[in-house]
Design a binder for this molecule. Structure first.
Ligand SMILES: C[S@@+](CC[C@H](N)C(=O)[O-])C[C@H]1O[C@@H](n2cnc3c(N)ncnc32)[C@H](O)[C@@H]1O
Length: 266
Protein backbone atom coordinates (compact mmCIF):
# COMPACT_ATOMS: atom_id res chain seq x y z
CA UNK A 1 0.00 0.00 0.00
CA UNK A 2 1.18 3.55 -0.64
CA UNK A 3 0.07 4.91 2.74
CA UNK A 4 -0.82 2.00 5.07
CA UNK A 5 -0.68 3.94 8.32
CA UNK A 6 -2.84 6.82 7.10
CA UNK A 7 -5.34 4.39 5.58
CA UNK A 8 -5.52 2.38 8.81
CA UNK A 9 -6.02 5.53 10.88
CA UNK A 10 -8.76 6.79 8.58
CA UNK A 11 -10.54 3.42 8.73
CA UNK A 12 -10.37 3.30 12.52
CA UNK A 13 -11.60 6.91 12.70
CA UNK A 14 -14.53 5.97 10.42
CA UNK A 15 -15.42 2.97 12.61
CA UNK A 16 -15.31 5.07 15.77
CA UNK A 17 -17.08 8.06 14.19
CA UNK A 18 -14.30 10.50 15.09
CA UNK A 19 -11.90 12.55 12.97
CA UNK A 20 -8.45 11.07 12.35
CA UNK A 21 -6.95 13.87 14.43
CA UNK A 22 -9.05 12.82 17.45
CA UNK A 23 -7.79 9.21 17.48
CA UNK A 24 -5.12 10.06 20.04
CA UNK A 25 -7.78 10.79 22.67
CA UNK A 26 -9.43 7.39 22.20
CA UNK A 27 -8.46 5.20 25.19
CA UNK A 28 -10.32 2.04 24.37
CA UNK A 29 -11.80 0.31 21.35
CA UNK A 30 -14.81 -1.94 21.97
CA UNK A 31 -14.58 -5.52 20.73
CA UNK A 32 -17.20 -5.07 18.02
CA UNK A 33 -15.42 -1.93 16.72
CA UNK A 34 -12.11 -3.79 16.71
CA UNK A 35 -13.71 -6.62 14.72
CA UNK A 36 -15.21 -4.17 12.22
CA UNK A 37 -11.84 -2.40 11.93
CA UNK A 38 -10.07 -5.72 11.27
CA UNK A 39 -12.60 -6.58 8.56
CA UNK A 40 -12.07 -3.19 6.88
CA UNK A 41 -8.28 -3.63 7.02
CA UNK A 42 -8.66 -6.98 5.26
CA UNK A 43 -10.75 -5.39 2.53
CA UNK A 44 -8.27 -2.53 2.11
CA UNK A 45 -5.42 -5.06 1.90
CA UNK A 46 -7.48 -6.67 -0.85
CA UNK A 47 -7.31 -3.29 -2.67
CA UNK A 48 -10.85 -2.07 -2.08
CA UNK A 49 -10.44 1.75 -2.32
CA UNK A 50 -10.29 3.50 1.03
CA UNK A 51 -13.12 5.81 -0.04
CA UNK A 52 -15.42 2.86 -0.78
CA UNK A 53 -14.81 1.56 2.73
CA UNK A 54 -15.45 4.89 4.46
CA UNK A 55 -18.16 5.84 1.92
CA UNK A 56 -16.73 9.36 1.69
CA UNK A 57 -14.32 11.29 -0.54
CA UNK A 58 -12.92 14.73 0.23
CA UNK A 59 -12.80 17.14 -2.72
CA UNK A 60 -11.80 20.78 -2.12
CA UNK A 61 -14.30 21.99 0.53
CA UNK A 62 -16.77 19.13 0.05
CA UNK A 63 -17.22 15.73 1.61
CA UNK A 64 -18.90 13.59 -1.05
CA UNK A 65 -20.67 10.23 -0.80
CA UNK A 66 -19.02 7.57 -2.99
CA UNK A 67 -19.17 3.81 -3.34
CA UNK A 68 -19.51 1.01 -5.88
CA UNK A 69 -20.71 2.34 -9.23
CA UNK A 70 -19.08 5.77 -9.14
CA UNK A 71 -15.58 7.08 -9.89
CA UNK A 72 -13.72 8.19 -6.76
CA UNK A 73 -12.74 11.85 -7.29
CA UNK A 74 -8.97 12.40 -7.31
CA UNK A 75 -6.96 15.24 -5.75
CA UNK A 76 -5.46 16.14 -9.17
CA UNK A 77 -8.91 17.19 -10.37
CA UNK A 78 -9.14 19.84 -7.64
CA UNK A 79 -6.80 21.99 -9.73
CA UNK A 80 -9.14 21.89 -12.72
CA UNK A 81 -11.94 23.07 -10.42
CA UNK A 82 -9.65 25.85 -9.15
CA UNK A 83 -8.87 26.95 -12.70
CA UNK A 84 -12.61 27.04 -13.54
CA UNK A 85 -13.38 29.10 -10.44
CA UNK A 86 -10.65 31.60 -11.36
CA UNK A 87 -12.22 32.03 -14.80
CA UNK A 88 -15.64 32.61 -13.20
CA UNK A 89 -14.43 35.15 -10.62
CA UNK A 90 -16.69 38.19 -10.72
CA UNK A 91 -19.14 36.67 -13.24
CA UNK A 92 -22.76 37.48 -12.41
CA UNK A 93 -24.78 34.41 -13.33
CA UNK A 94 -22.49 32.26 -15.47
CA UNK A 95 -23.80 29.06 -17.01
CA UNK A 96 -21.42 26.16 -16.33
CA UNK A 97 -21.63 22.61 -17.70
CA UNK A 98 -19.75 19.62 -16.19
CA UNK A 99 -19.58 16.77 -18.73
CA UNK A 100 -19.24 13.37 -17.03
CA UNK A 101 -20.09 14.44 -13.49
CA UNK A 102 -19.70 11.16 -11.55
CA UNK A 103 -19.89 12.00 -7.83
CA UNK A 104 -20.46 15.63 -8.84
CA UNK A 105 -17.04 16.71 -7.57
CA UNK A 106 -16.47 19.44 -10.18
CA UNK A 107 -20.07 20.63 -10.61
CA UNK A 108 -20.84 20.73 -6.88
CA UNK A 109 -17.54 22.44 -5.99
CA UNK A 110 -18.20 25.15 -8.55
CA UNK A 111 -21.74 25.67 -7.20
CA UNK A 112 -20.38 25.74 -3.65
CA UNK A 113 -17.57 28.19 -4.33
CA UNK A 114 -19.36 30.37 -6.92
CA UNK A 115 -22.98 30.39 -5.71
CA UNK A 116 -24.09 32.76 -8.50
CA UNK A 117 -23.32 30.09 -11.12
CA UNK A 118 -26.05 28.07 -12.82
CA UNK A 119 -24.41 24.65 -12.97
CA UNK A 120 -25.55 21.69 -15.06
CA UNK A 121 -24.04 18.24 -14.38
CA UNK A 122 -24.27 15.68 -17.21
CA UNK A 123 -23.74 11.96 -16.58
CA UNK A 124 -24.38 9.00 -18.85
CA UNK A 125 -23.89 6.01 -16.55
CA UNK A 126 -27.20 5.07 -14.85
CA UNK A 127 -25.30 3.73 -11.82
CA UNK A 128 -23.06 6.78 -11.43
CA UNK A 129 -25.87 9.31 -11.86
CA UNK A 130 -27.53 7.97 -8.71
CA UNK A 131 -24.48 9.25 -6.83
CA UNK A 132 -24.53 12.57 -8.72
CA UNK A 133 -28.17 13.04 -7.71
CA UNK A 134 -27.58 11.97 -4.14
CA UNK A 135 -24.66 14.39 -3.64
CA UNK A 136 -26.46 17.20 -5.47
CA UNK A 137 -29.52 16.81 -3.22
CA UNK A 138 -27.32 16.72 -0.13
CA UNK A 139 -25.45 19.89 -1.10
CA UNK A 140 -28.67 21.72 -2.00
CA UNK A 141 -30.13 20.74 1.39
CA UNK A 142 -26.95 22.13 2.99
CA UNK A 143 -27.68 25.49 1.36
CA UNK A 144 -25.61 25.42 -1.84
CA UNK A 145 -27.10 26.69 -5.10
CA UNK A 146 -28.89 23.66 -6.59
CA UNK A 147 -27.14 21.92 -9.49
CA UNK A 148 -29.24 20.56 -12.36
CA UNK A 149 -28.41 16.89 -12.99
CA UNK A 150 -29.03 15.70 -16.55
CA UNK A 151 -28.85 12.11 -17.78
CA UNK A 152 -27.11 12.30 -21.15
CA UNK A 153 -24.16 11.48 -23.36
CA UNK A 154 -21.51 14.18 -23.72
CA UNK A 155 -20.91 13.09 -27.32
CA UNK A 156 -24.61 13.43 -28.28
CA UNK A 157 -25.06 16.24 -30.86
CA UNK A 158 -28.48 17.02 -29.30
CA UNK A 159 -27.29 17.23 -25.65
CA UNK A 160 -28.61 20.37 -23.85
CA UNK A 161 -29.69 21.79 -27.21
CA UNK A 162 -31.59 24.61 -25.48
CA UNK A 163 -28.23 25.95 -24.26
CA UNK A 164 -26.48 26.22 -27.65
CA UNK A 165 -24.15 29.21 -27.56
CA UNK A 166 -25.06 30.42 -24.08
CA UNK A 167 -22.68 28.47 -21.84
CA UNK A 168 -19.83 30.39 -20.21
CA UNK A 169 -17.68 27.47 -19.15
CA UNK A 170 -17.50 23.74 -19.91
CA UNK A 171 -15.43 21.58 -17.62
CA UNK A 172 -14.81 17.85 -17.93
CA UNK A 173 -12.80 15.03 -16.44
CA UNK A 174 -13.74 12.50 -19.13
CA UNK A 175 -12.74 8.85 -19.44
CA UNK A 176 -9.26 9.11 -20.94
CA UNK A 177 -7.31 5.92 -20.13
CA UNK A 178 -6.11 4.25 -23.36
CA UNK A 179 -7.70 0.81 -23.79
CA UNK A 180 -5.44 -1.92 -22.45
CA UNK A 181 -3.31 0.41 -20.26
CA UNK A 182 -2.22 -1.06 -16.93
CA UNK A 183 -4.01 0.50 -13.97
CA UNK A 184 -3.81 -0.36 -10.24
CA UNK A 185 -6.23 -3.03 -8.93
CA UNK A 186 -8.17 -0.42 -6.94
CA UNK A 187 -8.94 1.29 -10.24
CA UNK A 188 -9.45 -1.74 -12.49
CA UNK A 189 -11.72 -3.56 -10.05
CA UNK A 190 -13.62 -0.68 -8.48
CA UNK A 191 -13.86 2.40 -10.72
CA UNK A 192 -16.67 1.93 -13.28
CA UNK A 193 -15.36 1.01 -16.77
CA UNK A 194 -17.30 3.91 -18.35
CA UNK A 195 -15.30 6.32 -16.17
CA UNK A 196 -11.94 5.00 -17.36
CA UNK A 197 -11.57 3.71 -20.86
CA UNK A 198 -11.29 6.13 -23.77
CA UNK A 199 -10.51 3.99 -26.81
CA UNK A 200 -7.14 3.13 -28.41
CA UNK A 201 -5.49 6.50 -27.65
CA UNK A 202 -7.78 7.38 -24.74
CA UNK A 203 -9.26 10.31 -26.64
CA UNK A 204 -12.39 8.80 -28.23
CA UNK A 205 -14.84 10.45 -25.82
CA UNK A 206 -12.85 13.71 -25.90
CA UNK A 207 -13.39 13.99 -29.66
CA UNK A 208 -17.16 13.97 -29.16
CA UNK A 209 -16.88 16.20 -26.10
CA UNK A 210 -15.06 18.87 -28.17
CA UNK A 211 -17.92 19.08 -30.65
CA UNK A 212 -20.44 19.39 -27.81
CA UNK A 213 -18.39 22.04 -26.00
CA UNK A 214 -17.92 24.06 -29.20
CA UNK A 215 -21.69 24.02 -29.79
CA UNK A 216 -22.64 24.96 -26.23
CA UNK A 217 -20.03 27.64 -25.48
CA UNK A 218 -20.65 31.28 -26.28
CA UNK A 219 -17.84 33.10 -28.12
CA UNK A 220 -15.19 33.77 -25.47
CA UNK A 221 -16.47 30.94 -23.25
CA UNK A 222 -13.91 28.67 -21.58
CA UNK A 223 -13.22 24.94 -21.87
CA UNK A 224 -11.15 22.87 -19.41
CA UNK A 225 -10.48 19.12 -19.89
CA UNK A 226 -8.46 16.82 -17.66
CA UNK A 227 -6.23 14.24 -19.37
CA UNK A 228 -3.69 11.48 -18.78
CA UNK A 229 0.03 12.14 -18.19
CA UNK A 230 0.83 11.07 -21.75
CA UNK A 231 -1.76 13.36 -23.38
CA UNK A 232 -0.11 16.73 -22.63
CA UNK A 233 0.77 17.01 -26.34
CA UNK A 234 -2.01 15.09 -28.05
CA UNK A 235 -4.98 16.70 -26.30
CA UNK A 236 -3.94 20.33 -26.93
CA UNK A 237 -3.21 19.30 -30.55
CA UNK A 238 -6.73 17.87 -30.85
CA UNK A 239 -8.26 21.08 -29.47
CA UNK A 240 -6.20 23.21 -31.90
CA UNK A 241 -7.13 20.95 -34.82
CA UNK A 242 -10.83 21.46 -34.05
CA UNK A 243 -10.46 25.03 -35.24
CA UNK A 244 -13.10 26.53 -32.94
CA UNK A 245 -10.81 27.35 -30.01
CA UNK A 246 -8.02 29.84 -29.25
CA UNK A 247 -5.61 30.31 -26.31
CA UNK A 248 -5.04 26.56 -26.07
CA UNK A 249 -2.86 25.87 -23.06
CA UNK A 250 -1.80 22.82 -21.08
CA UNK A 251 -1.37 22.86 -17.29
CA UNK A 252 0.71 20.62 -15.01
CA UNK A 253 -0.55 19.18 -11.71
CA UNK A 254 1.24 19.71 -8.39
CA UNK A 255 3.59 16.82 -9.20
CA UNK A 256 4.58 18.62 -12.43
CA UNK A 257 2.83 16.13 -14.74
CA UNK A 258 0.72 17.43 -17.68
CA UNK A 259 -2.85 17.28 -16.31
CA UNK A 260 -5.41 19.47 -18.07
CA UNK A 261 -5.92 21.49 -21.23
CA UNK A 262 -7.81 24.77 -21.41
CA UNK A 263 -8.99 26.85 -24.35
CA UNK A 264 -11.32 29.69 -25.27
CA UNK A 265 -14.18 29.44 -27.80
CA UNK A 266 -13.56 31.75 -30.75
C1 LIG B 1 -13.16 10.06 -14.85
S1 LIG B 1 -14.84 10.10 -14.32
C2 LIG B 1 -14.94 11.76 -13.64
C3 LIG B 1 -16.05 11.95 -12.66
C4 LIG B 1 -16.00 13.33 -11.94
N1 LIG B 1 -16.20 14.41 -12.88
C5 LIG B 1 -14.68 13.51 -11.24
O1 LIG B 1 -13.86 14.33 -11.69
O2 LIG B 1 -14.45 12.83 -10.23
C6 LIG B 1 -15.69 10.26 -15.90
C7 LIG B 1 -17.21 10.30 -15.79
O3 LIG B 1 -17.75 10.49 -17.10
C8 LIG B 1 -18.85 9.61 -17.29
N2 LIG B 1 -18.99 9.38 -18.74
C9 LIG B 1 -18.27 8.55 -19.52
N3 LIG B 1 -18.63 8.67 -20.80
C10 LIG B 1 -19.63 9.58 -20.83
C11 LIG B 1 -20.41 10.15 -21.86
N4 LIG B 1 -20.23 9.78 -23.13
N5 LIG B 1 -21.32 11.07 -21.53
C12 LIG B 1 -21.51 11.47 -20.25
N6 LIG B 1 -20.81 10.97 -19.22
C13 LIG B 1 -19.86 10.04 -19.50
C14 LIG B 1 -18.49 8.38 -16.51
O4 LIG B 1 -19.62 7.59 -16.22
C15 LIG B 1 -17.83 9.00 -15.28
O5 LIG B 1 -18.76 9.27 -14.27
Amino acid sequence: MESPRVDAELLLAAVLGVSRGRLFVVDEVADEDAARFAALLDQRADRVPLQHLTGRAAFRFLDLAVGPGVFVPRPETEQLAGWALERLAGADAPVVVDLGAGSGALALSIAHEHPAAQVIAVERDPGAIEWTRHNAAFRAAAGDTPVEVVAGDMTDPGLLWGHDGDVDLVVSNPPYVPDGARVPREVADHDPPLALWGGPDGLDVVRGLLATAARLLRPGGWLGIEHADQQGGSLPALVRAHGGFADVEDHPDLAGRPRFTTARRT
